[in-house]
Design a protein around this ligand. Structure first.
Ligand code: ADP
Length: 629
């Protein structure tokens, strides 16, 4: 029979995987057992609504059998099995998951990166080729009477033919490779190794993993005493899922391993939250927060959700309703006996028990994060670095519906203290005369700290929240105030940085220079030119009037699309009346209007540059500067 080819990319990936990914070859067993367990789950689930599905299957189990003589290792299950089409589709290609589309046109150097990606998705069935040179799958689907045999040597395709199999389920038969100098593959035929691997990787699998264990016993008395060997079937795993164990029994190693295996992370989780809730709705949950932002976290491929089990049966791989959007980085498992098993996805959304659980989970996560914020700042900052932006978006979403629940978890870079602080901590250090919580937006903390308009704030000894994320300004708009203090941009006209007499003086200066200011405004075609109440040593700065700030303008300008031109801040040029540049401008205004025009243009360009906005014609600007010398 002609061999069918693996799809091209699959082949490439296969080589990549078998030869390079895992130095850790032993995980193949975990992968195969996990597939067997899934197959059993599926049949169990189907049989809840279809009594005939299970047929004569009886107890669901997994069996691992080693045959040293023939160098084969067999992993059997009595789950759903596969039809001929399923064998082709499921095993003939590994390009179903989205991750693998990355693979096309990959250069050598990108392969390393790809290896990481594959790792995050789990290697699955194909990992068997790390230890075997021929793989045979004999399967009979619960839907059919016919069984099929799929065989492949990994390298160039597979064959499928009809086969004999009495019962529904799947046998995966690995023909173990010959030993090499580096690797002793025979190890995978040894009972003690296999037992250890099951214990290590698959202890919590819900179905008994059985093995025939060779035992010895003494028979007879005295001279007739002989040692007899016999085999006995043993269940090797404890079958208790980690999340079902009591908190005290959950060892860190075990919860970490469960996390890594289930959610495909190389690193240990930063937070592990174990919940055992009793009450109107009882449930157990094991929740995790990764130590790093998953590589696909900010793409639309990333789906939030927790694995949902009911009565020990997985009913949903990723139940999105269990975690709120602002904690979408949380991964984990929820298991409750109070959920109806036959429930459909649509009904699940309406389910009251589920709602109770999700509310409760929201609170638990918050409590745990707050605890770390208060007691383990370093850990919290690691978390915030990975997911802080998510919390900020959480505050802003839906017009700030959740801001009160989330704002105590926010951190901002302080200008005075050179560290991350909470809003509360900012307020605690405020001098008594300070009326507002000041903030400034910019590309980097360093740039913010050198903004001309931050001078007065700093001179007064006030601290400033330095905001560098795009969402920050929207966040300030949503938060509005805390403890009676409003969030105030240092660009604001109401920043209250002058005392009464200074204020009065500024107004008088403005009045006295009315014509000059009108001239500047006219010349530059901007919204306004004003006497600044923020500057100390700098000659000018730029601010905005109305709802759209300069930062928002920058944000929209960076977006793709054509409408971005429409979002423009109404520009205000602020002049420092105590600066020699102002005196020079004023002088030119009365003596030489052309020169005054050039000066106004130069000052405006300078303000744009400092604000991080582009100037239209840099060489013209340079010429104008020189013309003033
Ligand atoms: P994954 O398990 O991540 O989907 P695998 O490569 O391990 O990827 O398996 C591919 C598919 O083959 C599975 O999704 C499943 O549909 C099917 N499969 C694998 N092993 C079995 C099995 N023992 N019984 C039934 N179906 C299986």
């Amino acid at each position: 029979m002609a061999k069918k080819q693996f799809k091209a990319e699959s082949k490439r990936l296969l080589d990549l995987m078998i030869n390079s990914i895992y130095t850790n070859k032993e995980i193949f067993l975990r992968e195969l057992i996990s597939n067997a367990s899934d197959a059993n789950d599926k049949l169990h689930y189907i049989s809840l609504t279809d009594e005939t599905a299970r047929g004569e299957t009886g107890e669901l189990f997994i069996k691992v059998t080693a045959d040293k003589e023939n160098r084969t290792l067999k992993i059997s299950d009595n789950g759903v099995g596969m039809t001929k089409e399923e064998l082709e589709n499921n095993l003939g290609t590994i390009c179903k998951s989205g991750s693998l589309q990355f693979k096309e046109n990959m250069t050598e150097s990108e392969e390393k990166e790809a290896v990481n990606i594959i790792g995050q998705f789990g290697v699955g069935f194909y990992s068997a080729f790390m230890v075997c040179d021929r793989l045979t799958v004999i399967s009979r689907s619960y839907k059919e009477n016919e069984a099929y045999e799929w065989t492949s040597d990994g390298a160039d395709g597979y064959t499928i033919k009809t086969a004999q199999k009495e019962k529904v389920g799947t046998d995966i038969i690995l023909h173990i490779k010959d030993d090499t100098e580096d690797v002793k593959y025979s190890e995978y035929l040894e009972t003690y190794t296999l037992k250890r691997l099951v214990k290590t990787y698959s202890d919590y699998i819900r179905y008994p993993i059985k093995m025939d264990i060779e035992k010895t016993k003494e028979e007879g008395e005295g001279e007739n005493k002989t040692t007899v060997t016999y085999t006995e079937e043993e269940t090797v795993n404890s079958m208790v899922p980690v999340w079902k164990k009591s908190k005290g029994e959950q060892k860190k190693e075990e919860t970490d391993r469960f996390y890594k295996d289930t959610f495909f992370d190389f690193e240990e989780p930063l937070f592990t939250i174990s919940v055992a809730a009793e009450g109107v709705v009882s449930y157990k949950a094991l929740l995790y927060i990764p130590a790093k932002t998953p590589y696909d976290y900010y793409t639309k491929e990333y789906e939030k959700g927790l694995k949902l089990y009911s009565n020990g049966v997985m009913i949903m791989e990723r139940c999105g309703d269990l975690v709120p959007e602002h904690f979408r980085f949380v991964k984990g498992v929820v298991d409750s006996d109070d959920l109806s098993l036959n429930i459909s996805r649509e009904m699940l959304q309406q389910d009251a028990a589920l709602k109770t659980i999700s509310k409760n989970i929201d609170k638990k996560i918050h409590t745990e994060l707050k605890k770390a914020l208060d007691n383990d700042r370093e850990k919290y900052e690691t978390f915030f670095k990975a997911f802080g932006i998510q919390l900020k978006y959480g505050c802003v979403a839906q017009y700030g519906i959740n801001k009160d629940a989330l704002k105590d978890l926010l951190l901002f870079r302080s200008s005075n203290q050179d560290k991350l602080i909470t809003i509360d901590e900012y307020i605690k250090t405020m001098p008594e005369d300070q009326k507002h919580i000041y903030y400034a937006c910019g590309e980097t903390v360093q740039k913010i700290n050198t903004l001309p308009q931050s001078e007065l704030v700093k001179a007064k000894g006030y601290d400033m929240l330095c905001l560098t994320d795009e969402v920050d300004e929207f966040l300030m708009n949503v938060l509005r105030e805390e403890n009676g203090k409003d969030f105030c941009s240092i660009n604001s006209d109401n920043a209250d940085l002058l005392d009464e007499s200074e204020e009065k003086k500024a107004e008088e200066t403005a009045e006295a220079n009315k014509e000059l200011l009108a001239f500047v405004k006219e010349t530059l075609g901007i919204e306004e030119a004003v006497i600044s109440k923020k500057l100390k040593t700098h000659p000018v700065c730029l601010s905005a009037k109305g709802g759209i700030t300069l930062e928002m303008e920058k944000y929209f300008a960076a977006l793709p699309g054509e409408d971005k031109e429409k979002v423009k801040a109404q520009r205000v040029l602020e002049l420092n009346p105590n600066h020699s540049a102002f005196s020079a401008l004023s002088k030119a205004f009365s003596e030489d209007k052309e020169k005054a025009k050039t000066m106004a243009e130069v000052l405006y360009s300078q303000a744009l540059l400092i604000a991080g906005l582009p100037i239209e014609n840099p060489s013209e600007y340079a010429e104008k500067v020189c013309s003033l010398f």
